[in-house]
Design a protein around this ligand. Structure first.
Ligand code: HEC
Length: 114
């Protein structure tokens, strides 16, 4: 009886740690803080645009190197860096712009100590 209880406990702990790893992404999901930050540089930015920018970043920019954290560069330096990577990543200018907006917003929020 006590062995079964101990086994059950181990399974619960294992499941909980898998869930915890799955939830923690180093590439932040855009929220209200990101929309506010982006709007200071790109007026009218929506959370949908930022979500799309994040998806594109994850999908298009991890082929050659690990995804750099938004905090890797100062906010103002991201657009030039993404522009430099555009040909390598074979993305359109529209997609480049969305990835830039996302990274600038996330870097701004990071820089604010969030
Ligand atoms: C075809 C390969 C390839 C793809 C795809 C690619 N990169 Fe890179 N990236 C590189 C290489 C090689 C370097 C390092 C050498 C260099 O900086 O030129 C690099 C460096 C970087 C750096 C570091 C610059 C620094 O100053 O520390 C950033 C940031 C970056 N890439 C962002 C991106 C983004 C954003 C995308 C998607 C739009 C992307 N990369 C897609 C090859 C790629």
């Amino acid at each position: 009886m006590s062995a079964r209880v101990a086994l059950g406990g181990a399974i619960v702990i294992a499941a909980a740690s898998v869930a915890a790893v799955g939830c923690v992404s180093p590439i932040p999901n855009p929220g209200a803080a990101h929309v506010n930050a982006a709007s200071t540089v790109y007026p009218g930015t929506t959370v949908e645009e930022l979500r799309e920018g994040r998806s594109l970043y994850v999908a298009k920019c991890a082929g050659c190197h690990q995804l750099y954290l938004p905090s890797h560069l100062a906010p103002a330096r991201w657009p030039a860096s993404v522009s430099e990577m555009r040909e390598r990543a074979a993305i359109s200018e529209a997609h480049e712009k969305m990835i830039s907006k996302y990274l600038v917003a996330a870097a701004l929020v990071g820089a604010a100590g969030d």
